[in-house]
Design a protein around this ligand. Structure first.
Ligand code: DGL
Length: 266
């Protein structure tokens, strides 16, 4: 019988956003090796065509699988919307994606109005429109594309005046219409959660699905008999498609300042 428990969990995003998911996977599964790809030469995905994001997602999944990954986590709402269907059709290993947490938001709202912050690509996707339509009769779902925010996080600029101004503008459009729950529908945005909380105030709840995704990764691996049998602490490796010199300090900073092993996606 082949051993299905070896090999890293592959995780990818257009850039550094998926590190918000990777952190939770590390917390949930301390013994697993993790291989993270930031497609930094092609970020942002949110303004690109579905075909483009799909092509990039397939290329990265091939790289991860070629590097021995036993499962692939699409740590990107935009890539999940554009590509998860083709990834699952093409590759037989477990592929776990992420989508805006509309259901938990519907359960949490008291005003009956929830706001979704996400990329234009996610919000325009059939996958999201289907998801949203399931809740239309229960709650009002407001959507806000957040052009420019991904770029701020890619620079690890989490609290400058420019970042604050963008967030104030986007959040005002939701809060002024009564939203009392805000869904972080892009994996870059959890890095902005402290600033979002400060702007939105204590009466507004934020929904960050990262921990739920990590639990889903555990469930899938458990179900498939793929959880690592080892007891040693897992390793992390990072790859970028853009400049390593530019990517390394940003990834290290967002990875809680720790030293990292980083290479080129090839
Ligand atoms: N972090 C990604 C997401 O969750 C992609 C952002 C982008 O590249 O536009 O949608």
């Amino acid at each position: 019988m082949t051993d299905k428990t070896g090999g890293p969990i592959g995780v990818f995003d257009s850039g550094v956003g998926g590190l918000s998911i990777l952190k939770e996977i590390r917390r949930e599964l301390p013994n697993e090796d993790l291989l993270y790809v930031a497609d930094s030469a092609h970020v942002p995905y949110g303004e690109k065509s579905v075909e483009y994001v799909e092509r990039r997602s397939i290329a990265i999944a091939e790289f991860l699988i070629g590097s021995g990954a036993k499962a692939v986590v699409v740590a990107c709402n935009t890539a999940t919307a554009a590509a998860i269907h083709s990834l699952r059709g093409r590759f037989s290993l477990p592929i776990i994606g992420i989508e805006p947490a509309v259901k938990p938001a519907a359960e949490a709202t008291r005003s009956g109005v929830v706001g979704i912050l996400a990329t234009s690509g996610t919000l325009a996707s059939d996958r999201f429109l289907n998801l949203r339509s399931r809740f239309d009769s229960q709650i009002e779902v407001l959507v806000q594309p957040c052009t420019g925010l991904v770029e701020q996080v890619e620079r690890a600029d989490l609290e400058s005046d420019e970042t604050r101004m963008l967030l104030e503008r986007y959040l005002a459009r939701l809060l002024d219409r009564g939203a009392d729950v805000i869904v972080l529908g892009c994996t870059h945005y959890p890095f902005l959660a402290p600033l979002i909380r400060e702007i939105a105030g204590p009466d507004v709840s934020l929904i960050d699905p990262s921990a739920a995704v990590a639990r889903e990764v555990r469930r899938r691996l458990e179900k498939e008999g793929m959880l690592s049998a080892g007891t040693r602490t897992g390793t992390e490796r990072f790859c970028v498609s853009g400049s390593v010199a530019e990517g390394a300090p940003i990834i290290s900073r967002l990875w809680e300042g720790r030293d990292i092993e980083i290479g080129m996606l090839c």
